[in-house]
Design a protein around this ligand. Structure first.
Ligand code: ZN
Ligand code: ZN
Length: 366
């Protein structure tokens, strides 16, 4: 991974944001910038240098993983260690007094922020930094896309486990357990979120994580799942029907499939994410299902399962080659049923490539 290049590009952005340095505390941002995959650390990026702070539990790991930054091990919270180091080395950070230190306000607690301000005393002023790293992460390089591709393929394979495990009377958690066991066996770091197996009336819950409930003799089962492989996430949804689907169920399923395919077809460079969302939403409105589509059409995926851009109404972000997003419209009729279909796509020069290889034909499980 091109960690040094990422840090260099971020350095250029710092000047434009009128910051002398950025204290990166959000772990996925740290991993993106220097490769560290542990659970505690802080990365200081300033004009002239990069310094990574962590504690003794990660001495070996940090030395093996961190690229493009000096590693400092301290026996205290990483952000606090960074603050103390900055105070002691303030001349090497541009020497301007007081310096302007950007923080990731979205990812810092009020308590941590107060602690930082106190430790930096009058030497630095804290500034809420724009989402510089998140913006950079939106566009994936070739190596990242290969990792996403591998995660998507591993994730898609789990759908076969689900199909084998779904039958009337089986508990939703049993289906999820089979999938998760297979995921670990196949090399996944972990699931990218709590597996959703939502059957019968529960399929109308957009986030119906697998419960103790037995799968009823007839009805939809929404399966939404993903894995993390080598740091990168996958995310997909398929909805199957247990028993013979009534005509109304078929109609809803086809409406969701049509909206999903139309939204995928709308993905290309230069189009805004809001427009992609609008394509799915308009089709549902046309089919008199608009009020049952209660969430956004998709989201970016990468080191995090939900990252920028949000593919939602009113969002103006423009798609560019290398962005990886989900397209996942759904229809939820409370107390009755729900259907969602989700694929991951990568934006290409001409349009997009669907990464999820799984068929979207309605599957009826006898
Ligand atoms: Zn999903
Ligand atoms: Zn998703």
């Amino acid at each position: 991974m091109d960690h040094q290049g990422r840090q260099a590009r971020l350095r250029n952005e710092l000047g434009r944001s009128r910051l002398d340095g950025l204290l990166v505390t959000h772990l996925p941002n740290i991993r993106y910038l220097c490769g560290f995959s542990g659970s505690s650390g802080a990365l200081l990026i300033s004009e002239g240098k990069s310094v990574f702070f962590t504690d003794g539990r990660y001495t070996t790991q940090a030395k093996a993983e961190v690229q493009g930054a000096r590693v400092v091990i301290r026996r205290k919270a990483a952000a606090l260690a960074a603050a103390e180091w900055m105070k002691a080395n303030r001349t090497s950070l541009g020497g301007k007094r007081p310096g302007r230190l950007g923080i990731e306000a979205q990812h810092l607690t009020v308590a941590a922020c107060n602690q930082l301000a106190q430790a930096l005393a009058s030497n630095f002023r804290l500034r809420e930094a724009p989402p510089l790293v998140e913006s950079a992460r939106m566009v994936k390089d070739a190596e990242e896309i290969e990792r996403v591709r591998a995660a998507v393929l591993l994730g898609a394979g789990l759908f076969d486990c689900a199909l084998k495990a779904i039958r009337p009377g089986a508990k939703e958690v049993e289906v999820a357990a089979e999938m998760e066991y297979q995921a670990r066996r196949a090399g996944a770091d972990q699931m990218s979120f709590e597996t959703i197996i939502a059957s019968g009336e529960r399929s109308a819950l957009p986030h119906g994580r697998a419960s103790d409930a037995p799968i009823p003799a007839t009805g939809f089962v929404v399966c939404d799942f993903g894995v993390i492989l080598a740091g990168y996430c996958s995310d997909m949804t398929r909805t199957v029907h247990v028993g013979r689907p009534p005509n109304e169920a078929r109609r809803i399923y086809e409406a969701v499939r049509e909206a999903q395919q139309a939204a995928v077809a709308a993905v290309r460079p230069g189009v805004s994410v809001g427009e992609v969302d609008g394509v799915a939403r308009k089709l549902f409105q046309y089919n008199k299902l608009g009020r049952y589509f209660t969430h956004s059409t998709g989201h970016g995926v990468g080191l995090e399962i939900h990252e920028a851009p949000r593919v939602a109404a009113g969002q103006t972000e423009t798609l560019c080659p290398g962005m990886v997003i989900t397209i996942e419209p759904g229809v939820y009729i409370p107390g009755k049923w729900g259907v969602r279909i989700e694929d991951m796509v990568v934006v290409t020069e001409q349009g997009c490539e669907a990464l999820t290889p799984t068929s979207k034909e309605l599957i009826a499980i006898a």
